[in-house]
Write a protein that binds this ligand. Sequence first.
Ligand code: ADP
Length: 683
Amino acid sequence: MSDHYERVKIELQQMKEVENEAAADEEQLPPASVSPIPADVSFTARRDLSKSSINGRSRSKSRSKADGRERQVNGKQLPYLTPQKSDYSQGQSRVSDEPNLHIKGTAKLLKGKTAANGHVESCQRQTDGKCEHHGKEAKKRRAVTVDTSKAKTSLEALKMSIRQLKWKELCDVLQYPKSLSFRAVRTMQELFPEEYNFYPRSWILPEEYQLFSTQIRLLKDNDSTLKPTFIVKPDSGSQGDGIYLIRDPADLRVISGSPIKQSVVQEYIQKPLLIDKLKFDIRLYVLVRSLEPLEIYIAKEGLSRFCTEPYQEPSQKNLSHVFMHLTNYSLNVHSGNFVHSDSCSTGSKRTFSSVLYRLASKGVDIKKVWSDIIALVIKTVIALEPELKVYYQADIPPGKPGPTCFQILGFDILLMKNLKPVLLEVNANPSMRIEHEQEVSPGVFEYVPSPVDEEVKVGVIRDTLRLMDPTQRKQHVTSSTGGGSPEAAIVVETGSDEKEGLADSLPSLCLKQVFPKYTKQFNYLRVVERIATIFLRFLGVKGTMRLGPTSFRTFIRNCKLSNSSFSMASVDILYIDITRRWAGMLPDSREAGMCLQAFIEAFFYLAARRFKALLLREQVLLLLEVCEGALEGQSHSEKPRPHRSHTNPASSQSSAPTTFSSPALTRRRHRPMQLSAKANTEN
Ligand code: ADP
């Protein structure tokens, strides 16, 4: 122990030095008025980590597209599951050139003036009243400017949306950053195993290889008839690329001598619901309109993407049949069986509503299917909310009304044969492309308009803009529908419940509010959010999302968590052990310190230590009460810090070391955030 503590002391010392350097760096930055940093540059630089989708793989998606290009050029390293058509790699290359979703926002909406970043020339003219075409309308409306300069996959859909809205101008479109972690869902599975059983069991490789092997061996020892299948999704792949199925941990593809690749291995859903013998999945778009308060909207229409080879349960023979097992559009489009259709209700890519009609005609209770999907979406966003808050908090200017941030998420969902929805992935940067690739003559592919994509995606973008419209900003928050058991209480309405006086000529909103509408059914799940609030309160140097060792100690001290059997030396050991392990799990990490997920792990440890022999959830709730009680007591005896209070209620009472008033920090926190740099997922 003493040796270990000595090592810990040295590491702590090093970390504190880093902490101090970071603080010094912050102070050296010039104030905003002197030298505003271009938002793109600083945003990207601070978001090295933030490339992952929920399954932890999209970190590599943008990279993997570039890789895909290289792969083609070099003619090496083909995907593991190789489609039968030889032109697949060409197709991949084109897909990899797909532009990215990027709606750039500005920090402020300026009435009758140009937007703060001055990007939109036409709007400047218009708002100066010199644009004849816009003149009359400009008098009637407040200037709203949409800067489309950075819109990539979304450009066409965004243009259509703006046309439909008759907007010429621009709103302050900001966005939550894109780093979401499927670990967040696993954390919720630990706390609420029943509620979060919609996510297949997963292991992160290589860290959890031993755990994976042991668990599967035990499973098979207990029941020799079990023949589980697993799907391996390497970090370096995307759009189905690099994915393969295995039946045993020993089947993992390991290149001899090299370590196991970073990947997620997941229980394979063997009995999906089939239509015309084909497996399909669902892409749904979800708008997180606001975090404070949490507001979630689901698009009423989504996409269903079909496999192109009849499904059979996995067997050694068919494990490598991609067109049978993987629903990815980018793979199946290269199968000879892919059906392009001008109708939205036939073909290999259809609207989800057409699938529901089909199921309804067979007697399926589709309202139940929808309500299960809504529950899955709300629970998943609740799992992601703490991380989103930490990112958001790190970028919001202190003392200002928060800028309008939103995020469109792409949920990939599979329906099981018993109609239970299963979450496959959440894409923080879903593609908004409204064209698709078509083989116009043998081997020649072109992008042609895709009616089904247009139908779904234009509505999502248009209505997101409508909901974010600062001139119309009303309270879209409706009250909860009441208590009762969670999912059972969700009533699926067919009509629009958002009659907010938006332009009469527009179709009713395709985005349906589900939270706070169903607050009462799901609020009890928001436990980790309370841990995140404590984490945020003790986050020292602003602009970082990592807790330093000193702040961690302050947290322990202020919450009165150390005692004779848990000394501050043990606290330091705990900090180092957990932080070091998480640093290993996040290889891209440039920031030192304890990330939110590591803090949550430490919190769980402390809870289990203090309240033995209870369920983890109960332990955590009890510890939260202890901490919140202690912090509240302290805050009464402290001066409030009003300039922070809007972003984090707890911080106004904070006794944690802060550098909130640093001009450098103020500048950094004033810069506008941007909608994701890379749209890295397929339709
Ligand atoms: P990518 O991001 O590369 O598309 P996904 O996680 O979406 O990776 O997986 C690709 C496809 O594999 C999905 O569209 C789905 O058809 C299939 N798939 C993924 N996970 C599972 C699973 N756990 N069980 C069954 N099928 C799966």
